[in-house]
Design a protein around this ligand. Structure first.
Ligand code: PLP
Length: 409
């Protein structure tokens, strides 16, 4: 399906996407079993009624301020800027409660679930970060939380399993299918369908069937709104470019949304280039993928000639996903956002640089955005760039021990 970039951008800026069918141009929609349609319809109605109601927005803003710790800082990275040659500013989502941007979405959806009368929350998690954010938000609001997690992931991410349990969540091991995120999603959906009125499914990124990509974008858009006004306050103008890493795409769409209407601001998303462009060696969906349906939505995805989902690889678990949110697929198609990839080695080097020059240990996911920032700085000397530092890197210490630290001894 062809898209006229000028018309599509005008539709995006005017808020006409997602349209009545939940589509961002050709992307998005609802590709789910018939049994889920009424449930998603009910959720859409709930989103329409509550999300932008003043009382909801007031409650959300209050919790973001007093519990999450917003607004997060916008930090000028002076030494890194001197080293890389452009003015680099960091939007500090690593300072948000539980250590990443994911809490904005988890809290927002948990508040919505309570308004919709849900008695319990189900979620699924791969690397565990979304499970931790969901468990924390549910504890805060007094909602029981069940997190489905593949048994292989539970072994790989044992500390996060412990965190979720301490925060009161029930973690259910999934031993069917691939025993990782994909099987966990199937189990969470099965649970939701069996009690669609009493249960709320808390999805962790800007993916899935309508209305999730829209709902998650609206909840994460606080990142870009804050960054835009903080930068204007500090510099008296807008930055030349903004940048974020892209897994499912929630921190990126949250960062980008406020800047999409600004024609002079360049927007760049950085995917996980892994070991390189070979099949199965990366998770760079927009760079190497083709259109298709995954997890209820038509978007870009990594698949082989027969349409089988491809294995992916990234040093960062949070970017290791074969799909991407439908709004990113549209932004890429119309050229409003440029998507590139950064490999494992570049990301690890950027972890070292941010530690060394700024005293900040970034998440491996965020380090991909920093790797893109370094490249951008080299080609735009003296330019100004705001990078979304989506999370902190303490969770990545086991990987860093085996990589960066193993190299230095
Ligand atoms: C989960 C995660 C990501 C990737 O998810 P998006 O939905 O693409 O934002 C990026 N950074 C951190 C720190 C994460 O925990």
């Amino acid at each position: 399906m062809s898209v006229n970039p000028t018309d599509a951008l005008a539709d995006l800026v005017a808020g006409r996407f997602p349209d009545a069918h939940g589509r961002f141009g050709p992307f998005g929609g609802r590709y789910v079993p018939e049994t889920l349609i009424p449930t998603l319809e009910r959720l859409s109605a709930g989103v329409r009624e509550h999300l932008h109601a003043p009382s909801f927005q007031q409650e959300f803003a209050g919790e973001l301020a007093s519990w999450v710790g917003r607004p997060t800082a916008l930090t000028f990275a002076a030494r890194l800027s001197a080293e890389w040659g452009a003015e680099i500013w960091l939007k500090r989502e690593d300072l948000a409660h539980t250590g990443a941007h994911k809490i904005n979405n988890a809290l927002g959806q948990a508040l919505l679930a309570r308004r919709l009368g849900a008695r319990r929350i189900v979620a699924e998690t791969g690397a565990g970060q979304h499970g931790v954010a969901s468990a924390a938000a549910c504890a805060r609001l007094g909602l029981p939380c069940t997190v489905y997690m593949g048994s292989i992931d539970m072994e790989r991410q044992a500390p996060n399993v412990g965190r979720m349990r301490l925060l009161g969540a029930t973690v259910v091991p999934v031993t069917s299918g691939d025993r990782t995120l994909r099987a966990a999603i199937d189990e969470a959906l099965r649970d939701w369908v069996s009690d669609p009125l009493g249960t709320y499914y808390l999805l962790g990124s800007a993916v899935g069937p309508h209305p999730y990509p829209y709902l998650v974008r609206e909840l994460q858009a606080v990142i870009g709104r804050e960054a835009r006004s903080q930068f204007q306050q500090a510099a008296g103008r807008l930055p030349d470019a903004v940048m974020a890493c892209v897994g499912g795409g929630s921190n990126a769409i949250g960062m980008f949304h406020a800047f999409v209407p600004d024609p002079d601001v360049e927007i760049i998303g950085v995917e996980a280039g892994g070991r390189g462009s070979a099949l199965g060696g990366n998770a760079a969906t927009l760079s190497f993928g083709r259109p298709g349906v995954l997890h209820g939505s038509y978007s870009m995805l990594l698949q082989n000639e027969d349409g089988q989902i491809q294995e992916t690889h990234s040093v960062s678990a949070g970017l290791d996903y074969p799909g991407v949110g439908p709004e990113h697929a549209l932004l890429a198609r119309i050229g409003r956002v440029r998507y590139e990839s950064a490999g494992d080695e570049e990301a690890l080097e950027s972890v070292r640089a941010l530690c060394q020059y700024e005293g900040i240990l970034p998440a491996l996911e965020s380090a991909h955005a920093l790797a893109g920032a370094k490249r951008w700085a080299r080609s735009h000397p003296g330019g100004t760039l705001v990078v979304c530092l989506s999370g902190r890197g303490d969770k990545d210490m086991p990987t860093l021990q085996q990589t960066l630290l193993a190299q230095t001894v």
